[in-house]
Structures are given as structure tokens and as C-alpha cells.
Design a protein around this ligand. Structure first.
Ligand code: NAD
Ligand code: TYD
Length: 359
């Protein structure tokens, strides 16, 4: 079988990357995937259980900052498409240790762009129709007040070390299009949720703490708003951008699901109460909610205006928040071992220091 595309997926062992590879594996059977992942604390080979190495899939453990390795992969594998997910992705970690974010998110993206430029625009142009899709975040636009939504022309105003590093990488990607003509497309999406999300992020963290009768930490007053996007909808949007998008363009991807954090946490508690009965204490799980000190520089509200991708590429999110959350909670319930392995493994000390058992 001739592969229609050979896609270098970076960060394919993380949350969104693994969902994306799984989707390609079932829906785009003539695409070959090369997954380049360093396996940091957030990368997990178990996220790709069932996907075997062979004609359609190769895993390479490595760092996107390793210029030699990345250049070799472009040539050896005749990469014609890049979907660049690899990043340090957790805002709280970027506040306590920004260095890794600068390195991976900025230098790593630069390394990939350079390799793509050499391979695709250098003397030996053996690849037809290359495409470099850089996956970014709505956090680059900063924080909204009570009204308004981010669109593709909103000025960048990143406010955490994480979002500043992503903004920087977006600017580099865009510069490579304008300066060298590298066929770059950028997507800026809102908060994802769904299977395989690392349990330091709000939704899987609350699920896991609720299952262990631990405090459910809500930062500040719990009224910060995020626009939740089901990961499968996000992955479908990326395929649309690859297939129908235009080079040099940015596309905002949002879930049309603006929720305050407190609503999200309460919904998880209520779903667990419905499915499992009340907590062992006989109390509804909402009673575990604990307001804690706010995150430094905590952005108040994010919301995406996804008109452009809807009108130009025909993409819309399919999942309602209620349906997507029910599917997510069911997945975490059915995959307790996956969560437990992380929480009892390399993440254990970090986790234990943060969350003690409720009396
Ligand atoms: P994640 O933290 O779950 O996974 C990141 C993956 O990248 C891991 O597998 C990790 O091992 C790998 N990685 C990290 N540094 C690397 C390096 N130097 N070289 C190679 N691999 C490396 O992240 P995620 O939530 O899946 O996010 C994926 C992308 O989507 C990121 O670029 C993130 O900024 C963006 N994004 C995420 C969200 C979200 O809600 N999760 C929202 C908007 C944008
Ligand atoms: P998070 O999942 O870390 O994503 P991001 O910071 O990229 O939006 O957090 C989502 C929201 O939930 C954010 O407003 C911070 C808040 N939050 C809590 O209230 N408690 C928590 O324990 C965590 C991890 C997040």
C-alpha cells in the first residue's frame, strides 16, 4: 500500500497526540505515522496500547530539540506532514519551573521548523505538498473579561510562562511561512478534555481525587471560565486543517462550551454520585470541594470564536459538554488502572505532596 501521507507526530505519547494517533490509525488507514516523543513525565506508552509498530506506525524516543535526530527523521522517513504537539503543557509547572518550557516549546519548535525548511525547501525537493501544522493554544491571547471571544485577529497577550512560550513558538512558525515560504498552518485551541489526559489537569485530577476521597482543589473563587473542547472534536479539526486548510493561516478551535471551573468540578462529582452512589462517608462528592489559594496570574476567562474554521473548512464541535463529560467519566472509570499507574508511579511524590487524604 502506498502511504498517502507520512506524518511526523511530535508528542504522540501525550494526551492529545495519543488521541490523534489513535484516530488516524482507525480513520486514515493510508497515512503513515512517525511518533517522536521524549517520554517526559507526561508521555506514556500505555496511551498507545494496541497500536503496533509496522508499516503504518513507528515510535522514536527522542527530543525535538535534538537537531541531528530530527533532520535524520525528515530524510529517512520522507516526512511530508508535521503535526507538532510536543510541549511542556501545564501552566502550574511553568510558574514553578519555566526553563523546560522555554527549551521545549521555543527551541524545540525552532529545531523542527529548521529541519522542515532544510528538507522541504532545500536543494532536494523530493516531497510534494508538505505541511507543517503547529498546534497551539488560546492562552496566547491572554485573558477575557465577562464578554467577547478570541478570534484569529485578536492581539497576542500571553500572561503565563507557558502561554508566553507557546506565543513565541507561534511567532516563529508564522515567521517561517512569511520569510521562507515554509507551508505552515497554526491552530489555537481551547482547553481539551477526554481520555488519556494526565491527572494533573483539572478534570482527571478531580476525578482521581474524588475516587480517593481527597480534597478537590478549586483555585480562587472557582469562577474562572474555560471553553471546553472534547479531544475527539479537536483531533477531527486538525485533520480538516491538514486536508482543507491553507498555508500561512491560523485557525481557532473551540468547543462552544464555556463553563466556570466550579460547574465543571460539580458536574464530575454529580456524575460519580449517580454512577457509584454517594462517597463512602455517605456525603455527596461535592462536599470534597475545597477552595485553595489562587494560581499566580490566573487568567479569568477564555472563549473561542470558531467562525473561521466553521465557515472555511466546515468543522464544528460535535460533543455537548454533558455528553463529552459523561463519556470521559465513563472512560476514567473503566480505566482506573491507567490513572492509578500514573499516580502510583513517577508522579507519586509530586502528587502526595500536593493532595492529602480527607479526614
Ligand atoms: P501533554 O503534556 O499531555 O503531552 C506532551 C507530550 O510531549 C508528552 O508525550 C511528552 O513526553 C512530549 N514531549 C515533551 N517535551 C518533549 C520534547 N522535548 N521532545 C519530544 N517530546 C516531548 O500535552 P497535551 O495536553 O497533549 O498538549 C499537546 C499540545 O496541545 C501542546 O502543544 C499544548 O500546548 C497544546 N494544547 C493543549 C491543550 C490542552 O487542553 N491539553 C489546549 C490547547 C493547546
Ligand atoms: P488546567 O487543567 O490546569 O488548564 P489551564 O490552566 O491550561 O486552563 O486548569 C483548568 C482550570 O482549572 C484553570 O482555571 C485552573 C483551574 N484549576 C483548579 O481550580 N484546580 C486545580 O487543581 C487545577 C489543576 C486547575
Amino acid at each position: 500500500m502506498k502511504n498517502k501521507r507520512t506524518v511526523l507526530v511530535t508528542g504522540g505519547c501525550g494526551f492529545i497526540g495519543a488521541n490523534f494517533i489513535r484516530m488516524l490509525h482507525s480513520d486514515c488507514q493510508d497515512w503513515r505515522v512517525v511518533n517522536l516523543d521524549k517520554l517526559t513525565y507526561a508521555g506514556n506508552l500505555k496511551n498507545l496500547d494496541g497500536i503496533r509498530e509496522g508499516e503504518r506506525y513507528r515510535f522514536v524516543r527522542g527530543d525535538i530539540c535534538d537537531a541531528e535526530l530530527v533532520a535524520k527523521l525528515f530524510v529517512e522517513e520522507r516526512i511530508d506532514t508535521v503535526v507538532h504537539f510536543a510541549a511542556e503543557s501545564h501552566v502550574d509547572r511553568s510558574i514553578t519551573g519555566p526553563g523546560a518550557f522555554i527549551r521545549t516549546n521555543i527551541e524545540g519548535t525552532f529545531t523542527l521548523l529548521e529541519a522542515a525548511k532544510k528538507a522541504w525547501l532545500g536543494g532536494n525537493k523530493s516531497v510534494t505538498q508538505p505541511c507543517f501544522l503547529h498546534v497551539s493554544t488560546d492562552e496566547v491571547y491572554g485573558s477575557l473579561g465577562e464578554t467577547g471571544r478570541f478570534n484569529e485577529t485578536t492581539a497576542y497577550d500571553p500572561r503565563s510562562p507557558y502561554s508566553a512560550s507557546k506565543a513565541s513558538s507561534d511567532h516563529l512558525a508564522s515567521a517561517y511561512f512569511h520569510t521562507y515560504g515554509l507551508p505552515v498552518r497554526i491552530t489555537n485551541c481551547s482547553n481539551n478534555y477526554g481520555p488519556y489526559q494526565f491527572p494533573e489537569k483539572l478534570i482527571p485530577l478531580v476525578f482521581n481525587n474524588a475516587m480517593h476521597n481527597k480534597a478537590l482543589p478549586v483555585y480562587g473563587d472557582g469562577k474562572n471560565v474555560r471553553d471546553w473542547l472534547f479531544v475527539r472534536d479537536h483531533c477531527e479539526a486538525i485533520v480538516e486543517v491538514l486536508q482543507k486548510g491553507r498555508d500561512g493561516q491560523c485557525y481557532n478551535i473551540g468547543g462552544n462550551n464555556e463553563k466556570e471551573n466550579l460547574e465543571v468540578v460539580t458536574l464530575i462529582c454529580d456524575l460519580l454520585d449517580q454512577k457509584l452512589g454517594l462517597a463512602p462517608s455517605g456525603q455527596p462528592r461535592r462536599s470534597l470541594i475545597t477552595f485553595v489559594t489562587d494560581r499566580l496570574g490566573h487568567d479569568r476567562r477564555y472563549a473561542i470564536d470558531a467562525t473561521k474554521i466553521r465557515e472555511q473548512l466546515g468543522w464544528e464541535p460535535k460533543a455537548t459538554f454533558e455528553k463529552g463529560m459523561e463519556e470521559t467519566v465513563d472512560w476514567y472509570l473503566a480505566n482506573r488502572k491507567w490513572v492509578d499507574a500514573i499516580v502510583n508511579g513517577s508522579y507519586r511524590q509530586y502528587y502526595a505532596a500536593m493532595y492529602s487524604e480527607q479526614e
